[in-house]
Design a protein around this ligand. Structure first.
Ligand SMILES: CSC[C@@H](O)[C@@H](O)C(=O)COP(=O)(O)O
Length: 348
């Protein structure tokens, strides 16, 4: 078993009734676990990317809402449901783009409504069950994504990835990195390149860290070096994760992903998006309906750096995600299989 998987991205400590996450903002320097108890702590951990990556956000918010709901006082369902809805809406405001956050919250709400005739204690138990189910489904989905993804790859391939869609973004295998970990178990010897992923450096801090820790051959590059790498013939496939896939296949993922897709298209390199079906939003027809998160200017001008990197008062453009047009995507790999164009997820 891969030693990397001893690190638990998100877990529920039932004995002490705390949500435990590894603080991803302190990686790779320090492996620090945080215990979260209150709605404010959970909201802040998601907003500040202490826990991040679409599936991991979904799991954290599901455990978080079950945890906060357990403490709701009162005897009648109406009072419970009002407070539950307030908590749910509060947590939903932490980040707007990854659909997993919203589907997890909606699953918990449906669970409450399905058990509304039962005692509140029973409803609270059911919420824990639902949150646990979300985590287990994610772990199983990632393994299947890895198997499907690996079927597209050959031993020794050069693979480029952007952002972090690995173990730290989900449970166990990851999405985009799942075929790499599975391939490693089977002796595929992939040569992996990780974009550093400005401005928050998920590639440098997280992907490079986790692949190196797992013993994968990984090389770090700045985002603006990908074209050179492709021109040198070093990349045979691009694997990326996703935060929200629209019904027509348009895919929101970390800022910079669409640029990589455009480059891959130019160099005729297959560009694969890998994610669980929980990241597909059948209600969202295309990219025009995806909300793109805008983040603080300081992430560009000073975060992670010892010195400020730009003049004070400079105007900053800092969208956290972009959308890759479906026409640039070779295939979308889910736990249900590999989907090729033309994509139509409207009935998924
Ligand atoms: C399996 S995670 C897929 C995506 O969530 C990932 O690629 C990504 O864009 C994460 O963005 P982040 O802002 O770090 O949460």
């Amino acid at each position: 078993m891969n030693a990397l998987f001893d690190i638990l991205t998100v877990r529920m400590d039932y004995d002490h009734k705390v949500l435990v996450i590894i603080d991803q903002t302190q990686l790779p320097g320090k492996e620090v676990y945080l215990e979260l108890r209150t709605p404010e702590e959970i909201w802040e951990a998601i907003y500040l990317l202490k826990v991040r990556g679409a599936p991991a956000i979904g799991i954290a918010v599901a455990y978080g809402l079950a945890l906060c709901a357990e403490r709701i006082q009162g005897e009648d369902f109406g009072t419970f449901f009002r407070q539950f809805t307030m908590l749910k809406n509060y947590l939903a405001g932490s980040r707007p783009t990854a659909v997993n956050l919203f589907t997890a919250l909606e699953r918990l709400e449906k669970c409450v409504l399905a058990h509304r005739q039962e005692p509140l204690e029973k409803i609270k138990q059911e919420l824990w069950r639902e949150a646990e189910a979300i985590r287990k489904e994610d772990a199983a989905a990632c393994r299947r994504i890895g198997e499907w993804g690996l079927s597209l790859l050959q031993p020794g391939m050069g693979i480029l990835t952007h952002c972090n869609a690995g173990h730290l973004a989900v449970s166990e295998y990851g999405t985009a990195l799942a075929p790499i970990y599975l391939g490693q178990e089977k002796g595929y010897h992939f040569i992996v390149y990780a974009d550093e992923t400005r401005p928050l450096l998920q590639g440098a801090r997280l992907t490079a860290y986790e692949l190196q820790k797992a013993g994968v051959d990984v090389t770090l590059l700045c985002d603006n070096m990908a074209s050179r790498l492709m021109a040198e013939g070093k990349i045979q496939a691009v694997l990326v994760g996703c935060d929200r896939v629209a019904a027509n296949g348009d895919t929101a993922n970390k800022i910079g992903t669409s640029g990589v897709a455009i480059l891959a298209n130019y160099y005729r390199i297959p560009f694969y998006v890998l994610g669980p079906t929980s990241t597909i939003d059948a209600t969202c027809p295309d990219q025009n309906s995806i909300t793109i998160e805008e983040r603080p200017a300081e992430e560009v001008t000073e975060k992670w750096y010892a010195h400020r990197m730009a003049p004070r008062g400079i105007k900053v453009y800092n969208p956290a995600f972009d959308v890759t047009d479906h026409r640039l995507i070779t295939a979308i790999v889910t736990e249900q299989g590999i989907f090729y164009p033309p994509f139509d997820f409207s009935r998924l």
